[in-house]
Design a protein around this ligand. Sequence first.
Ligand code: UDP
Length: 238
Amino acid sequence: MMLPKYKRVLLKLSGESLQAKGSNDPFDPKIIEQYARDIKGITELGVQVAVVVGGGNIYRGMNEADSGIERAHGDYMGMLATMINGMAMQAMLEKIGVYTRLQSAIQMEQVAEPYIRRRAIRHLEKGRVVIFAAGTGNPYFTTDTAGSLRAVEIKADIILKGTRVDGIYTADPEKDPTATRYEKISYQECISNNLKVMDMTAFTLCMENNLPIIVFDMNKPGNLQSVIEGSGVGTLVS
Ligand code: UDP
């Protein structure tokens, strides 16, 4: 068995990643179960895992012009959507025998603990998977920013951005067949080449705090463990 390269990680999952491609259902239980099993696998290697889930499969508050809903109001709706995803992820993890805690950046004491940084760290030290829901608790931000912020706060070694593509490419691989994947890339190169790894706020937070990012395909079972073992899966930004 390989030794894990990272001791404490923050896994960022987009809301859409919980959804089957092309489906209108917000969740695909098979996908959530696969994610839960992969997360379980790395906790068994002794890795401390925190998870931030997005909400895009249910609601995004960004587009005031289309929705007619004031931006800040819609953003709070989006944050509540992340809570639903966090609860789904928690249910699946617990079902397969993983101890979890769900912490919310918006008070919802019947279903989640409030976000308390030191308590989150304590849970991680005890081997519990901590799910951070409701983003940063503030409108005008994204869950990528929540992921970067929480990762920095809990002193994670790395942020793992689980997506449906296997890394960062020179161009959009679906449009350009000559596009190639970067194995490693610097923060600065991402900015100069206009590669959108995360939104700028989230990305800057990582860069300023020297928090490395790995973008990888979370939908391939076992890939998360390969990332943890440092096997070159995905793209490392540092
Ligand atoms: N959101 C917010 N503040 C945050 C995090 C999220 O206002 O700190 C809102 C925002 O409206 C966003 C929605 O929640 O569109 C869902 O989050 P996001 O779009 O980041 O989800 P993902 O794309 O990862 O599924």
